[in-house]
Design a protein around this ligand. Sequence first.
Ligand SMILES: NC(=O)c1ccc[n+]([C@@H]2O[C@H](COP(=O)([O-])OP(=O)(O)OC[C@H]3O[C@@H](n4cnc5c(N)ncnc54)[C@H](O)[C@@H]3O)[C@@H](O)[C@H]2O)c1
Length: 324
Amino acid sequence: MFENKTILITGGAGFIGSNLAFYFQERFPKAKVVVFDKFQDGTRLDSGNLSSLGHFKNLVGFRGDVICGDINDPKDLELLDEYRFDYIFHQAAISDTTVQNQTIVLQTNLNAFKDLLRLAKRHGAKMIYASSGSVYGKLPGPHRVGVEEPINVYGFSKLAMDHLAMSQEDVTAVGLRYFNVYGPREYFKGKTASMILQFGLQILKGERPRLFEGSDRIKRDFIYVDDVIQANIKAAAAKRSGVYNVGTGKARSFQDIVDILCKELGIHPEYEYIPNPFVKQYQFFTQADIDSTREELGFEPQYSLEDGIRADIPYIKKIFEEEL
Ligand SMILES: NC(=O)c1ccc[n+]([C@@H]2O[C@H](COP(=O)([O-])OP(=O)(O)OC[C@H]3O[C@@H](n4cnc5c(N)ncnc54)[C@H](O)[C@@H]3O)[C@@H](O)[C@H]2O)c1
């Protein structure tokens, strides 16, 4: 399906985008893959985290074209004019859910998406883009497409992207609402990397894993990155536009994560429980309803939390050895 096709991955130096880039390189050697990303320039957002989290190390071994550019800058987007894209996998975003600066989040996530939809239209490309489970905010799960209530500007920007995409004519756009994604190539997200990586590194460092109080009751739908890649590939075959949840359909606790990590690593430290400073802004329960993702895209998650963490262990160990 992708052989001899030209594929744009925005945010391709980030966690999910770089996994997509390698997926295409390995499975479809005749596809032309173009990564467009701002990379890191050291500037920080009001959350204290870097404003863009892409990192060259995520792309070491990638042989496709790499373009350093900002999706907010029309001049940078002109660098894409020399290609004719068949598929656009749009992952670039401010992915940090704790940013307060509404202007920068909406410019980057929403306005720039409008420009990329125009580009898709011009190229006759199919648009597969990253939405987010954060559109559901604190609503009780399981979460279904159509009932949303974001509690931060990040979730609001993703919901606005969905509305924009579904109002387009002449472009097929598929929005994928990823839940909590974890897996290889997420280290450079720093504090915004999944708790699976963060707890794993705490345990390897010989520290006591620090959990929020009541962590056995704080549950999320954690999905391994390979399943997110699968969803993107299936979405690329969709005949119609649509918005779909991408999770496992199961809610698991933060306590489960640490228990599984300790078992897999063979290290059994005492846990430390700390008060949750984010209570008001916090999603205590997420669970994707994936019925329509199954039925309409043919998506079927392959990794339970146990399987995903097991698959992730070599990466967590590698980061511990090489980066810390
Ligand atoms: N990881 C998750 O759990 C999760 C959950 C829901 C949704 N998402 C969404 O999935 C997508 C990918 O997320 P990720 O986890 O890989 O995050 P990430 O931060 O690693 O990837 C985003 C990439 O976009 C790039 N970028 C940011 N601003 C840019 C700009 N102005 N111009 C060009 N590039 C820019 C960054 O450098 C980074 O490489 C994002 O849209 C995110 O909102 C992720």
